[in-house]
Ligand binder design. Sequence first.
Ligand code: MTE
Ligand code: MO
Length: 312
Amino acid sequence: MHVIKRFGWEIPAARITPEPVVLRRRAILAGSAAVGTVALGTFRSLPARAEEAPARNPAFDPGRAITEEKYATTYNNYYEYGESKNIWRAAQVLKQRPWTIEIGGMVSQPRTIAIDDLLKQVQLEERVYRHRCVEAWAMTVPWTGFQLSQLVKLADPLGSAKYVVFETAQDKTMTGLNAPFYPWPYIEGVTMDEAANELAFISTGMYGKPLPPQNGGPLRLTLPWKYGFKSAKAIAKVTFTDKRPTTFWEAIQPSEYGFWANVNPAVPHPRWSQAKERLLGDDEMVPTQLYNGYASFVSGLYTDRKGEKLFM
Ligand SMILES: Nc1nc2c(c(=O)[nH]1)N[C@H]1C(S)=C(S)[C@@H](COP(=O)(O)O)O[C@H]1N2
Ligand SMILES: [Mo]
């Protein structure tokens, strides 16, 4: 496990020290070559809004303006393609088809399913959700996709399964995978009751178009009440288990990026306040809300878990 060394000069900074900066400092301190090769892909423009784009579900009014698409698609976290926010060009080389998802672990029948076969078996819809990164920036995005509970139903887990674990593809175009100090692959996980919650979503599109690679295409997890790092991109494997997984960021720094990672403005990150968030686009600072404003949907999930670090 890698531990981030903290220095006095990092702590008083009024602005937030984002994950990549901290990690680069650590890499330099460790004397390792953190410089990867940047693959400069050609940007392929995405098809215009598909005519068959599914209807918006009005049950999830985000209460704030939708972020302009150009900001949501060009300011990303995707460490497989590098530590900067500016990986959208590099990620264009990720091939979205063919794409298969391996479903296994505690299920009645392990199997591998092609994404287009999966999409034929689920009910697609559009939902506008707020997204809150642990680094205190936020956006509001119209995602298309399907409720995670539909994938769980198709997977047919055993009654003894307690967690669902999501694993990101490890593609040869992902230059960040060469960085030795990261615990690849990117792993995330939720409990079975979180996976059953109606907010838990698998996104396959945004802004009425296929999900661009930089935002996690062809399919990503979308958990709007949790910090953004829980929303794993480019999912290749879904495993049901009775053991709580050690997730990617938790393995890097458990005191800063916990398993639960529910949004809470009252619980500061060890290195910055979580009271406010910066909206991508106009950079307006707005107050952060408990569970990112989704308490009415999810607070009941945690009533029996009071002793745990639910908010980091
Ligand atoms: N595989 C993978 N998934 C990931 C990440 C990542 O580095 N790799 N970053 C996470 C973080 S920290 C955030 S905030 C969101 C960012 O999603 P966006 O680029 O669509 O805004 O993706 C999450 N999912
Ligand atoms: Mo994030």
